[in-house]
Design a protein around this ligand. Structure first.
Ligand code: IPE
Ligand code: IPE
Ligand code: MG
Length: 264
């Protein structure tokens, strides 16, 4: 690790201080919640004739960079897609490398996350992850739960369809027990059964490496997100790439099914 979050941000007492926004960005119109599909690690490694897993290692640096910048600029939440329910289909060595990488990074970064007031959570079917990783996840979640800074959601063994099925099952169980009237199920009730319960939906989805698809990510929560697709491969995602995504976001007219407001 080149730089920890703790040293990257200036710390006043227990609270990180904000750095100035780059010129051209409007602080009042930043997304409150950014989601990112971190794609292109394998291709980044391939271009350098390195094994795919080296791309994952470098991808961690890009994630730390992105979290630091989002925190610095006052973005309230960052949700990153780290491992999908479909990623188990990869070669066994790649999957086990990723699981070990998650463990190492979490153990190494936890103290910095705590100091920087980051609230880390892991979204997905966590009970299928290796035991050691599950323990680290529990520890990191507990130790940062009372923090007051950026919310950092790491989607691990996450699948959007699976999340929706799980929510339906949880509601069905409540109905079966007699605790819930099916007539009372509305969008809010449904959303309360998702992993993201209590959190606002992402305003901006970034996907790197040029792929134009959702890949089973946050199928419910992305209903009205603005999409920014960049050809940048995830390990190369840097401050300039994040600024470009935020500028793109700020150029959009969000209508939510309504009509543009007339110029005054
Ligand atoms: C994203 O990079 C990381 C994970 C899905 C874990 P990829 O590994 O998918 O990289 P490409 O798409 O093969 O280049
Ligand atoms: C999406 O990337 C999953 C993550 C970034 C964790 P993939 O590389 O798995 O997506 P596909 O297979 O190209 O759709
Ligand atoms: Mg990929």
């Amino acid at each position: 690790m080149s730089r920890s979050l703790a040293t990257a941000l200036s710390v006043e007492g227990n609270r990180p201080s904000r750095c100035a926004l780059p010129p051209g960005l409007d602080a009042a119109r930043l997304p409150a919640h950014v989601a990112v599909i971190m794609d292109g690690n394998g291709r980044w490694a391939g271009q350098r004739k390195l094994p795919r897993v080296m791309g994952h290692r470098e991808g961690v640096e890009a994630l730390k960079r992105t979290l630091r910048l989002c925190s610095d600029w006052g973005i309230g939440a960052l949700t990153a897609y780290a491992f999908s329910t479909e990623n188990w289909n990869r070669p066994g060595e790649e999957v086990s490398f990723l699981m070990t990488l998650f463990e190492r990074v979490l153990a190494r970064e936890l103290q910095a996350l705590e100091q920087e007031q980051v609230r880390i959570r892991f979204l997905g079917d966590l009970e299928q992850l290796p035991e050691g990783l599950q323990q680290l996840i529990q520890d990191a979640t507990d130790r940062t739960a009372a923090n007051t800074g950026i919310r950092f959601n790491v989607c691990t063994n996450y699948g959007g369809r699976r999340e929706l099925v799980r929510a339906a099952r949880l509601l069905a169980e409540q109905v079966q027990r007699g605790d819930l009237d099916p007539e009372a199920i509305d969008e809010q009730t449904f959303a309360s059964q998702l992993f993201t319960s209590g959190q606002a939906d992402p305003d901006l989805l970034i996907r790197t490496s040029g792929e134009q698809r959702i890949s089973n990510f946050l199928l419910w929560q992305l209903a009205y997100a603005e999409l920014h697709i960049t050809d940048v491969l995830w390990p190369d995602f840097d401050e300039a790439a994040l600024i470009a995504a935020l500028m793109d976001f700020q150029s959009r007219q969000r209508r939510f099914g309504g009509v543009d407001s007339l110029p005054s």
